[in-house]
Write a new protein. Sequence first.
Length: 205
Amino acid sequence: MSTFAAADLELLSELSRSNQIGHLAIVSRDGYPRTVPMNFVLVGDRIYFHGAPDGEKAEALARGDRVTFCVYTALAATPSYWRSANYACPASQYFRSALVRGRGGVVRDAGEKAAALQALMEKHQPEGGFERIDPANPLYSKALEETAVFRINIERIDTRAKLGQNLSEATRRTVIEKLVKRDGPGDAETARLMAQVKPVKLEEE
């Protein structure tokens, strides 16, 4: 049974569009958890990826094992001295993440397989430059037969975000203003998201 809110699926969708790689976790043959980085695409409430048709990953998915899949965005990191002259603990790393729980599966239907691969291509090569993947297209008939496509049927989504929710308004404003001033990679996006969690009016410089 699926137990996830529309907001969780929305965040998963947003993270999926902005991240090329997610991490699939299975239980390996020796009983240890194994995490595998994967190119992936989210279509509706299913996650698709392709890979080798053999191996323990393929075996676990073909059995319909319980699996987890994590996608996250690491946002800006902030130094401790932004909030304290000497105390190390205020150093922080902001992020957003979604952890999916579900059942693995192998895509057998040629139409679903083609649609999944087409969605993967549109995500990873949005500029195009290839013929549409279609079972009726002779260009792809052999590749569709030989390529293994897997899916995760999503049962649960747990989302997390560290965006300064637990900071006081004054401290959050200070962090946002310093992010805007620093203007390093990811700073503007982190400041924007922090302001959305609890609106903070930035003071004019």
